[in-house]
Design a protein around this ligand. Sequence first.
Ligand SMILES: *Cc1c(COP(=O)(O)O)cnc(C)c1O
Length: 434
Amino acid sequence: MIGGCDAVALAQRFGTPLYVVDEARIRRACREYVQSFAQYYPKTRIIYAGKAFMNTAIVLLVMDEGLSIDVCSGGELHTALAAGCPGDEIFFHGNSKTPSEVELGLDAGVHRFVADSLDELRLIDAIARSRGQVANVMLRVTPGIEAHTHDYIRTGQIDSKFGIVIPNGDAMRAVAFAQNLSNVRLTGLHCHIGSQVFDVEPFVDAVSIMMDFAREARDQTGFVIEELNLGGGLGIAYNPSDEPISVQELAAAVGPALKGAAIRCGMPQPVLMLEPGRSIVGDAGTTLYTVNVVKHIEGVRTYVAVDGGMADNPRVALYQARYDAVLANKMNEPLGETVSIAGNCCESGDMLIWDITLPRVDVGDIVAVFCTGAYNFSMASNYNRHPRPAAVLVANGQAELIAKRETYADMCRLDVVPPRLLRACGHVAVGDNA
Ligand SMILES: *Cc1c(COP(=O)(O)O)cnc(C)c1O
């Protein structure tokens, strides 16, 4: 059961593969952020990192919980606006904005641009000047912390395409540069120290490094930090052995750390901003698949091949991500064999789960893979011309589509055949318009 809906019935009604999104879990995660930080640092703004699951309905849902939206492309910006998100609730990220994306951001009146380089500062300033506007901009800097799950390196992450490095002086030069631009107003600093982070220490360290930097920047350039954005990165439990910290623990550590740092640095408390993605939508998603093939290789392993794979969940191939799953139609049957769940793409690396113990698997069973709410739907591709799956929102026993399943015709929709090719092949017409 997911959100009061029978998963097997969902698979029958909507087909597979199917992304199932539990509305109550997303709402609960949003509230945990809003309430925990309200308790420990009232001047906090929670911004949903849209890239985790960017879709019109999801934007509306998190907005309804009072979150702002972080977008990192013109397409994400368009989606947020299409959902009715006011420009003033939008933060425009990305490390390689085009002039037309900056124009779109200014048209929309985004609350903040987050600039990632001197070239972006120049671009935003030039376009804002040509329109007679002043753009509010935060600067993304690299505090020299690299955190991932339990790995935490204090001097890492300087060699990164993201941000402007603090330790070598680049970030200070960028602040001074921004301060001298006529059509950019520098409002604050941003950092994002990693993803799937399981400890509070890197966040607490980031607070003190960022505030120390802000104080030096004030002394050297006169810049006054109004806002400190700590990015996202809080981890979630993909598997029973994962033990992430709670949002409450994060707030209880970061709130007082920032208050203390402001006092220590003799600066007013800045507005704190957080940009969670995975920890808002990750565990709200479950992907349902149908088993097509059970292939036993004696003495080696059993491959269970399903009707989706790296096209709808590239994280296993990209990051060796480890997922947990069950057979939705055999929840009460005893565990039997250890199998490996393979995808349906023409790549040996297209696996969903290596070595998982399930009840005896048969063709037609429904595999439910957990924790697929973040970076699945949004990273899906049409590799092998697999149509992207539908997504349904479930709540209180009701299921509603939030994204239609792509059709085969959608695969060809943007294909163009030059007439000369048509003539050469002797065809009268080709494609769906035939
Ligand atoms: C990816 C990203 C986030 C969200 O990260 P999660 O790990 O999903 O919380 C937030 N801010 C920035 C700048 C990002 O790149």
